[in-house]
Write a protein that binds this ligand. Structure first.
Ligand SMILES: *Cc1c(COP(=O)(O)O)cnc(C)c1O
Length: 401
């Protein structure tokens, strides 16, 4: 005995803010206000015949939480409505989402083209794991459409990118990469973590699959790992469904419950993150100890026009070069009194990272140079603290440089 908290015919037309609070929620016979947490691994059957029928057609009921779970399904349905996708599968982490989204589609002999500016673990999957399994992979400068065209050639199975990219804030023309991919018979997978489901809708630009690390803005409060794959019913039926069911990247119902509650405040948080990030970016641009600021929402960003077309706001991450070297960056970071040093992002707490010695330390120095990740680069994830306090903290620390 469950019923939709938001009737499906209203959900289909509802505003984003309404979906974030009510979309996908199912109320049990107890009429609870808050989404219920179904912390169970399995489900029981009234008879052996019912179990037999359930295994023949599991679309009407739950069998086992590795496949589907009511709390996880509420999270999947809310995200699916938000993204405008036909289907969603939630995963235990963002990397489980990336891995499953790519691997369910690929076999030995296939070709993959991806942008070079990738999250470290995505880079590992593309450049180390896939070649080991006989998949040919090519990395391109994601900003260069002629490089995409040349690498995609006449036939490609999957193309993959993140936009904005981490940490150089490259913007990739999603509509054009989708067009080139489809012309060559492939599917286009977009890692939309930096943009969040609110600021950029890759499916609208022709992407076939969107992946998230829900660990970042969706949780946004440093509590839980999670991820999600958004796709078409066909992709779920032909590629992802069985792969997901039998390899077990499933999200825990407890984490799904946390993430469902987080979605209720996502819009408020993301708007605030973006407002603070823009104010910080503008301030740093005028600071004598800062030599370069990379933020898609600034007119000085080399791809500002494309960012404005594709994204509603500039995002929560600002990257900048400090006048000096690695030592200068470390002095700056160590002098911060509010902003934390950590490698997470999209959190309520503001965070700085030195990519060259942490998230991107696995790359060779030449590779980092190609990606614009120098020793002077700092990545700042603007949190939800007061804007004046954050700017004062940055100024105080820059004075130590
Ligand atoms: C964090 C992140 C991931 C991986 O997500 P996890 O939840 O940490 O596994 C993938 N892509 C991008 C762009 C990220 O920022």
């Amino acid at each position: 005995m469950t019923k939709h908290v938001l009737p499906p015919e209203i959900a289909a037309e509802a505003e984003q803010s309404t979906i974030l609070v009510r979309g996908g929620a199912m109320r049990s016979g107890f009429d609870e206000t808050c989404e219920a947490l179904y912390l169970t691994s399995g489900f029981v059957y009234g008879s052996a015949a019912e179990a037999e029928a359930a295994f023949k057609d599991d679309s009407q009921r739950f069998l086992y939480s590795r496949y589907r779970n009511p709390t996880v399904q509420m999270f999947e349905d809310r995200l699916r409505l938000l993204e405008g996708a036909e289907a969603c599968r939630a995963t235990a982490s963002g990397m489980a989402a990336v891995f499953a989204a790519l691997l369910c589609k690929l076999r030995a002999g296939d070709r993959v083209v991806a942008s070079r500016a990738l999250f470290g673990s995505c880079n590992y999957i593309i450049t180390e794991l896939l070649p080991r399994w006989g998949v040919q992979t090519t990395l391109v400068d994601g900003r260069d459409l002629s490089a995409w065209e040349a690498a995609i050639g006449r036939e490609v199975k999957v193309t993959f990118c993140e936009s904005p990219s981490n940490p150089a804030m490259d913007i990739i023309d999603l509509a054009e990469v989708a067009r080139l991919t489809h012309r060559a018979g492939g599917i286009f997978v977009v890692d939309n973590v930096f943009a969040t489901p609110l600021l950029q809708k890759p499916l609208k630009y022709g992407a076939d699959v969107v992946v998230y690390s829900a660990t970042k803005h969706i949780d946004g409060q440093g509590r839980a790992l999670g991820g999600a794959i958004l796709c078409s019913n066909d992709y779920l039926k032909n590629d992802l469904g069985q792969f997901y069911r039998h390899t077990g990247p499933s999200l825990s119902p407890f984490n799904a419950w946390l993430l469902l509650k987080s979605l209720e405040t996502l819009e408020l948080r993301v708007e605030r993150h973006c407002r603070t990030a823009l104010a910080i970016a503008k301030h740093l641009e005028t600071h004598p100890k800062v030599t370069r600021v990379l933020y898609p929402g600034l007119p000085s960003h080399p791809q500002h026009e494309l960012a404005k077309r594709q994204m509603a706001l500039g995002g929560s991450v600002v990257c900048f070069d400090i006048a000096g070297d690695k030592e200068a960056c470390f002095r700056f970071m160590d002098a911060l009194k509010i902003v934390d040093i950590s490698n997470n992002l999209g959190d309520a707490k503001s965070i700085v990272t030195h990519p060259a010695t942490t998230t991107h330390s696995r790359l060779k120095p030449e590779e980092r140079a190609t990606l614009g990740i120098g020793d002077a680069l700092v990545r700042l994830s603007a949190g939800l603290e007061g804007e004046r306090d954050l700017i004062a903290d940055l100024d105080r620390a820059l004075a130590e440089v």
